[in-house]
Structures are given as structure tokens and as C-alpha cells.
Design a protein around this ligand. Structure first.
Ligand SMILES: NC(=O)c1ccc[n+]([C@@H]2O[C@H](COP(=O)([O-])OP(=O)(O)OC[C@H]3O[C@@H](n4cnc5c(N)ncnc54)[C@H](OP(=O)(O)O)[C@@H]3O)[C@@H](O)[C@H]2O)c1
Length: 202
């Protein structure tokens, strides 16, 4: 049995791999804030574990990492799907998407056999759009997503296949289509800055 860890697993896009891997007989560790959503999603499965955490907090992120590394010898796949949208500038210690890209550079440098996949859906998905969102996105979530959006289960189908047989190194997909990786002049420098910043807070 493999161990799959899903951040943002209680809801939205993250909930789909939780269902998928539980149905496939794997152990799934779900990280999020809502225990009630986890209970409803996993229906008391003995292979599902919930770790309550607010991942906007360094302290909680550190605790989660320690809990997982002390309990599990190996994590077979880590799905990063926690999301909280802010459409106005908000100063935090992280920029999710850029940090995830840079994490891919650092992780594959340190563990060459690792497969690191950056994935996005091919089109709108009916998720919760949690966050401080403006009118446009609120309308899209309430009106357009139920009509035009895919179900999370359908949206994540291509990535489940990719996770099950990962190629080593970094790759990017939109839906089922592989996309070219674009590299920027600042990537290595930014990755080193991220590594130093993380070292400092940890
Ligand atoms: N939906 C789309 O059409 C679409 C399109 C392109 C890309 N994406 C990307 O897909 C990813 C997932 O988004 P989504 O649409 O699935 O969002 P969502 O439905 O709003 O779900 C957000 C998830 O993140 C968790 N979460 C939020 N804040 C958290 C925090 N501080 N600490 C821990 N967990 C937290 C939530 O758990 P709790 O409920 O427990 O708080 C929930 O499981 C994002 O990166 C988004 O940009 C989505």
C-alpha cells in the first residue's frame, strides 16, 4: 500500500485525489483545516488520516512535516492542492505558485530520481474557490462553474495517471497535455533565496 499525502485535501481539487486513492486501496494523509469536510469525504475509512493545519503558518507547516516524517518511512506522492485566493496584494511569507515552481527545482536537484509535476486543469473546475475573491470570480464560481466547469474527479484523471508512473525530474501538464517548461534567468537565484529563507524559518 502506498502513502499519498494531499494538502488541501478536504475540498475542491484536492478532494478528488483523496477519493481516487482511497478507492484504489492506498493510504491517504489529508492536510487541511476542516475536520468536518474530511469526515464527510472519507466516511471513516481506516486508510485515511487527517492532520489539521493552517498551512499559511510556518509553525503548522513545520509540525505537519515532523508528524509525517516521524510516522511514515516513505511518502510515495505528495499532492500540493491547498489554495486560498487573494486578488488584492497581501504581504505574506510565500507566493504559492512561484514557490511551488522553485520547490521543484530544489527538490529535483537534491533527489535526482524524484518526479515533480506542475499540473493545472484544462478548463474551469467546480471547486470552492476559497479566498478573498472579487465579484468576477464570485460570479464565475457561483454561476459559470456549475454550468461550464468540470467535476474535480474528471479534471484530475490525467494527473492521477502521471502520479502513478512519474518520470524523474520536472515536468508540467495542462490537463493531459504536456507543456514545455520555461526557465528564467532568475530561477536558480530565486530557488537559492527560497532555500535560504526556508532554512532560516525552520
Ligand atoms: N478550480 C479551478 O477551476 C482551477 C483552475 C486552475 C487552477 N486551480 C488551482 O487548483 C488548486 C486548488 O484549488 P481549488 O479550486 O481546489 O480550491 P478550493 O476548492 O477553494 O479548495 C481549497 C483547499 O485548500 C485548503 N486550504 C485553504 N486554505 C488553507 C490553509 N490556510 N491551510 C490548509 N489548507 C487550506 C482547503 O481546505 P479547508 O476547506 O479545510 O480549509 C481546501 O481543501 C489551486 O492551486 C488553484 O489555483 C483551480
Amino acid at each position: 500500500m502506498r502513502t499519498i499525502v494531499v494538502t488541501g485535501g478536504p475540498d475542491g481539487m484536492g478532494a478528488a485525489p483523496v477519493r481516487h486513492y482511497l478507492a484504489a486501496g492506498e493510504r491517504v494523509v489529508v492536510i487541511g483545516r476542516s475536520r468536518a469536510k474530511f469526515d464527510a469525504l472519507t466516511a471513516n475509512s481506516t486508510r485515511a488520516e487527517f492532520i489539521a493545519a493552517d498551512l499559511s503558518l510556518v509553525e503548522d507547516s513545520r509540525r505537519v512535516t515532523e508528524q509525517i516524517t516521524s510516522k511514515y518511512e516513505r511518502v510515495d506522492a505528495l499532492v500540493l492542492a491547498a489554495s486560498f485566493i487573494r486578488q488584492r496584494r497581501h504581504v505574506t511569507n510565500a507566493q504559492q505558485r512561484r514557490a511551488n515552481e522553485l520547490l521543484g527545482i530544489l527538490a529535483t536537484e537534491q533527489v535526482p530520481g524524484l518526479g515533480y509535476v506542475t499540473w493545472g486543469p484544462a478548463r474551469l473546475v467546480r471547486s470552492s474557490f476559497a479566498g478573498e475573491v472579487g465579484t468576477g470570480m464570485r460570479v464565475a464560481a457561483a454561476v459559470l462553474a456549475p454550468v461550464l466547469g468540470q467535476r474535480p474527479e474528471d479534471a484530475i484523471r490525467p494527473v492521477a495517471g502521471i502520479i502513478d508512473s512519474p518520470a524523474p525530474g520536472r515536468s508540467a501538464y495542462r490537463g493531459a497535455r504536456k507543456r514545455p517548461l520555461t526557465t528564467g534567468a532568475h530561477d536558480e537565484v530565486d530557488a537559492a533565496r527560497l532555500a535560504a529563507a526556508v532554512e532560516k524559518v525552520l
